[in-house]
Design a binder for this molecule. Structure first.
Ligand code: G4P
Length: 530
């Protein structure tokens, strides 16, 4: 185990939330603790502006800038933290799902006022598919939010997870006085806009102590005692194993914008979050401390500037050591490739790296050789699994507007879908092409890029499909079904059979009529998205 020390000190994670819950603000505060940025606002200025929804070029421009913040590294108490950014805009949700395959744990931010929101639910489903350990941060305690016990209930029910409160708030909104750390038995007093170095903690090992009344007042002291009593009885000590197995999520309360509760979160995170984990492949499970290198591509970022048409493929190192200028096997293409300028995201600027270890993410210049999900190895024919595609939400037929450019259109759409911009479904036994996306914005991106980069012009005809379902089962039954439902049977880009259901009702009917066929909402079938 050559790299044990390097592996042990790494933590790779993502922050996820419904837009506006405070992901960007929390990211920034964490980076400030790690000394990775000096000034607050540095991340925020890169954020895709929420209001620019109709202007995708603006969004793409900002996505371009955000390459630099795609992976943010910082060191905190000797731990090397890799924080992978996820796009906040819901139309790019598929990017977020894929990024989640490259992390080992997540911090989920929930707005205390809005509670569990749509995107929170979806992201948690993706985490659950892979049993990703979660720490929950309830943000905006400086605002009048939901009653903490109600929130606890809501989160547990809606997200189907067991929570373990690590801190407990004393009031909220204008009355917010701080949080009591149930584990350390300290009272952390709230002050707006706390500096990273400020420490307003008062040790109160025994809640019966009158110091509590003197500090927060009699009424709040009484309430806290009651709450803590109740919590103690229900939750006891945090079971770290259960957290690592994604069965329990530790819960913190705070206010990111005021830098309150963030340090506690980070301190716990670096102590309990998992070190880089192994990953399954189609043949065996790869452990991080294996000597030989392996890794997979989870994201491809294209440069929209026509003068710089390079793409950047993001590689997550799973095992061994990634080395610059060293030949590795590109498994799908069965070809050796090497990289002279791989870069890491260690500093504020991208910088060329000579080596990278499990948990690290390396940016590779790509001229079109990579697809999402590709594996690199030191010779073994491994194929990492667990990088599924999900059923899109909007479907449109691709219409070629310039028959002279048919070849360009075919090539362009294939490359864009390899990048993960959208999903391409081709009619089984035909040539009809249907594009599936999560948001309208992606169609604009495709249309623009096909024209700019491939000289192909296209239009889209809206189709009213509900879901794409990958189908598996008895071959004869599948053959019959395919023959019978020809108009709705497509192939994904890897040739897998997909049934496009017009509505939930149609899907349920087909399920009932075909009990020997399984309908899956993702391209990998071990676990299911609802
Ligand atoms: P996101 O990345 O999850 O979309 O959220 P972001 O951090 O951008 O935060 C969304 C809004 O919530 C921001 O306000 C931010 O300042 C605010 N916010 C974050 N944490 C807290 C908190 O603890 N308390 C309160 N009261 N507000 C918080 P904005 O008006 O959209 O942007 P800005 O003008 O403040 O930058």
């Amino acid at each position: 185990m050559k790299n044990k020390k390097e592996i042990d000190r790494r933590r790779t994670f993502a922050i996820i939330s419904h837009p506006d819950a405070g992901k960007t603000t929390l990211t920034e505060k964490l980076l400030l603790f790690g000394g990775a940025i000096q000034v607050a606002g540095a991340v925020k200025s890169n954020k895709i502006k929420k209001h620019a929804t109709s202007d995708f070029m603006e969004i793409e421009k900002q996505r371009g800038i955000s390459v630099a913040t795609s992976v943010m590294c910082f060191e905190y108490k000797d731990v090397l933290v890799n924080l992978l950014d996820t796009p906040g805009h819901k139309d790019f949700a598929e990017d977020t799902y894929r990024t989640l395959t490259a992390v080992d744990s997540v911090i989920l931010v929930i707005d205390s006022v809005n509670g569990v929101e749509e995107q929170t639910r979806k992201l948690m489903e993706v985490c659950r598919m892979r049993d990703t350990p979660v720490i929950v941060f309830v943000n905006k305690m400086d605002r009048d939010g939901k009653y903490p016990f109600d929130l606890l209930d809501e989160i547990e029910k809606e997200l189907n997870i067991s929570l373990h409160p690590m801190t407990w708030p004393i009031n909220m909104g204008k009355e917010f006085k701080g949080v009591y750390n149930l584990h350390d038995k300290t009272l952390n007093l709230f002050a707006a806009s706390q500096k990273a170095t400020e420490d307003n903690t008062v040790p109160i090992p025994d809640l019966a102590d009158s110091l509590l009344d003197e500090t927060v007042g009699e009424r709040d002291a009484k309430q806290l005692r009651e709450d803590a009593d109740l919590l103690e009885g229900v939750y006891g000590e945090l079971d770290k194993e259960a957290y690592l197995q994604a069965k329990v999520a530790p819960l913190y309360f705070g206010s990111a914008v005021n830098n309150f509760g963030v340090k506690e979160l980070l301190d716990t995170f670096i102590t309990i979050a998992p070190r880089p984990l192994g990953r399954p492949t189609s043949t065996r499970f790869v452990q991080p401390d294996e000597d030989k290198f392996s890794g997979f591509i989870f994201k491809i970022h294209a440069n929209l500037d026509p003068r710089h048409r390079d793409r950047i493929a993001f590689l997550r190192v799973v095992s061994g050591e990634f080395k610059r200028n060293t030949y590795f096997k590109h498994v799908r293409m069965d070809k050796d490739v090497r990289f002279s300028n791989p870069y890491s995201f260690m500093a504020r600027e991208k910088e060329v790296v000579d080596s990278a270890y499990p948990g690290d993410v390396v940016g590779l210049y790509d001229t079109g050789t990579f697809k999402i999900g590709d594996t690199l190895s030191e010779g073994e024919a491994l194929q990492f699994t667990g990088i599924p595609t999900f059923s899109p939400e909007i479907f449109k037929e691709l219409v070629n507007k310039d028959p002279m450019k048919t070849k360009q259109l075919e090539k362009g759409i294939r490359q864009l879908t390899d990048e993960g911009v959208a999903q391409l479904f081709t009619q089984h036994g035909g040539n009809r092409k249907i594009i599936g996306c999560v948001g309208e914005l992606q169609f604009e991106v495709i249309q623009y890029r096909l024209l700019q980069e491939y000289g192909a012009s296209c239009a889209f005809n809206p189709l009213s499909f509900y879901k794409a379902c990958w189908i598996t089962g008895d071959k004869k039954k599948i053959d019959d079904f395919v023959r019978f439902k020809q108009a709705n049977i497509m192939e994904d880009k890897d040739g897998n059979l997909v049934y496009l259901a017009q509505s939930e009702w149609f899907l349920n009917t087909e399920k009932q009529n075909n009990p020997d066929i399984e309908f899956h909402f993702t391209s990998e079938f071990k676990t299911q998205m609802a």
